[in-house]
Design a protein around this ligand. Sequence first.
Ligand SMILES: N[C@@H](CCC[C@H](N)C(=O)O)C(=O)O
Length: 314
Amino acid sequence: MFFTKGHGTANDFVILPDFDGELELTPALVAALCDRRRGIGGDGVLRVVRAAKHPAAAGHATEAEWFMDYWNSDGSIAEMCGNGVRVFARYLVERGLATADPAGLPVATRAGVMVAVVGTDTISVRMSTPRVYAASTATVGALTVPGIAVDCGNPHLVCGLHDGVELGGLDLTVAPMVDGSLFAAGVNVEFVEAAEAVAGADRHVRMRVHERGSGETMSCGTGALAVGAVALREAGLERGSVAVDVLGGRLVITCDERGAWWLAGPAVLVASGEVDPAVCAASPAAPGTALGTAPGAAVGTAPGTAGAGRAVAG
Ligand SMILES: N[C@@H](CCC[C@H](N)C(=O)O)C(=O)O
């Protein structure tokens, strides 16, 4: 099985070319490929399939030739991955499967068609409009932080830090506890603090993220979109841009004059090779013993609420 490894602000992915949708991708194989000691290592898998060849994307085949079949590192499927689309677009262009048309390259996802504008360093993606819909909380250790739920095609909870609580002091090796009745399908949790002004952006923040299905990652594109939407809203701005510093670099979120939302940042391919899925999947980590996130444990629920188990139709 051929693969390419790529990342966007250190949110890293194993990219699997499977143009005609013939590969039998299973949660166990995805988890094995993403294992950082026994496999290739990654926060998720991006399977490259022709939209017409995948049941989840066939309805978009007239708008987009390619479907990004995204899987989290624990083997669960998510609707959308913002950094994933940027890395996916880089792959399509570098492999000659698409051109870097300035009008944009459409990519089908489970959350609809996103359009990527591929530059030399930066790839910008026109995202779906983030929907701010509820107030909630996240608990990390003894700390409970108020947050705002935002739907970016996938679910997010944006929690602003105040009162001297430092972003760097949070222990995100364990999933934050959230309201399982509000987030029955799990949630990605972003913690945010204000940062000093930077040129070219209306707001500047720093964030860390605990991703559903992948644990703490160095970056999350849809998470940055959620954070940018909340930052503009809190500033009373309907349009503008927000620089979002993640552990792996900087992403920029813009709501342009037409009200379109954009995610911009670097995306690179770093390696290619061949992996034997049988060997890779033959040495799975014992449940609960892997460093990082154990399968199924990515998002906690408050005691007494519904479980965090979830499924997204493939
Ligand atoms: N890192 C991604 C988000 C990946 C999906 C997420 N973990 C989920 O389950 O919703 C991004 O860049 O958006």
